[in-house]
Design a protein around this ligand. Structure first.
Ligand code: G4P
Length: 295
């Protein structure tokens, strides 16, 4: 994981983004914080809470189609216990999206009432959408605006200009001004982001990463791992990640001439299959491990 830690995008990039977000905050009534439902803690920018300060916020656990439903429920309860509005949805099928506008209105109920009293009935509600690269901001905005106006990029960290989108009568969304990097200085967080594919693979050694992921799955999700790759849970206990990777390659018949195992191909398969939830809906930040989470 040295590769991840050694990349110095902090603090220069963040300083710029922080300033941009802060300068746009006065234009919005609330902030929708998009988190990846598989890693709600690790997909949150560590400075976000101080940046958005006391603006009303709504947590959106996106990609819940790939997360463990029981864990998603626990995460929602955890946020709600702290009086933070939270919803879970997925932009793949659109499930849960209908709850967004009513939740925002609920969070802003007092404000809306005071607008109404002042005769500002029907004032446009403006919400800034923030989240780390690849969490699904463009997909969310696309889905909400039901038009293909937000460009969905497949490269993490694509810089965008300020963009407003109307998602319904009297309701506008503002895309994150700047790039909100995740908490890369914590190696465990960096690994989890790499597992789910939030870090460009071309800056990583994929065999090393797949090996680490296999060890992680062996220690945390042995059932789904062994079922997927027909592994013996006892046999892999003493193994290094690379050895498990070789075993996966052999089981899959991924060989190169001379009978050697094509570990590069095996690594790509393991990473792909984990990322598209072929091993099952796995949440890797468990709610019970982050009782003090704050956003
Ligand atoms: P960003 O603006 O925050 O950077 O994220 P973006 O919307 O570009 O989404 C990043 C990737 O995540 C995209 O996949 C997108 O399709 C996928 N995605 C977004 N929301 C969901 C969700 O709720 N569930 C699932 N399963 N996937 C989601 P991609 O592979 O980069 O592109 P493509 O598959 O759309 O071509």
């Amino acid at each position: 994981m040295e590769e991840i830690k050694s990349i110095q995008w902090f603090p220069g990039h963040m300083t710029k983004t922080k300033r941009k977000i802060e300068s746009q905050l006065r234009l919005v009534d609330a902030v929708a914080v998009l988190l990846d439902a598989r890693i709600p803690y690790s997909s949150c920018n560590p400075q976000l809470r101080s940046i958005i300060n006391n603006k009303p916020r709504i947590i959106v656990l996106n990609k819940c189609d790939m997360a463990d439903p029981a864990q998603t429920k626990k995460w929602l309860s955890l946020f709600r216990e702290k009086n933070i509005a939270a919803i879970a949805l997925d932009c793949k099928t659109g499930k849960g999206l209908n709850a967004f506008i009513p939740t925002v209105k609920n969070v802003l109920a007092d404000r809306i009432e005071s607008w109404n009293k002042k005769g500002m009935t029907g004032r446009t509600i403006k919400v800034m959408v923030v989240g780390i690269p690849n969490v699904g901001k463009s997909s969310f905005i696309n889905r909400m605006s039901k038009q293909n106006r937000a460009k969905v990029e497949d490269r993490p960290g694509v810089t965008r200009g300020n963009q407003w989108f109307t998602i319904g009568k009297g309701f506008d969304l503002l895309d994150t001004p700047g790039v909100l990097w995740p908490k890369f200085d914590d190696p465990i967080v960096g690994e989890k982001l790499a597992y789910i594919g939030s870090v460009k693979d071309d800056i990583l050694d994929t065999e090393q990463l797949a090996g680490r992921l296999l060890e992680y799955l062996r220690d945390n999700f042995p059932g789904p791992l062994c079922a997927r790759y027909k592994l013996d849970s006892q046999e892999i206990i003493p193994m290094q990640g690379y050895e498990i990777l070789e075993l996966v390659g052999r089981k899959r018949g991924m060989l190169v001439s001379g009978g050697e195992i094509n570990t590069e191909r095996a690594a790509a398969a393991v990473l792909d299959e984990f990322r598209n939830a072929s091993l099952g809906k796995l949440t890797i930040d468990r709610a019970e491990d982050y009782p003090d989470v704050r956003v």
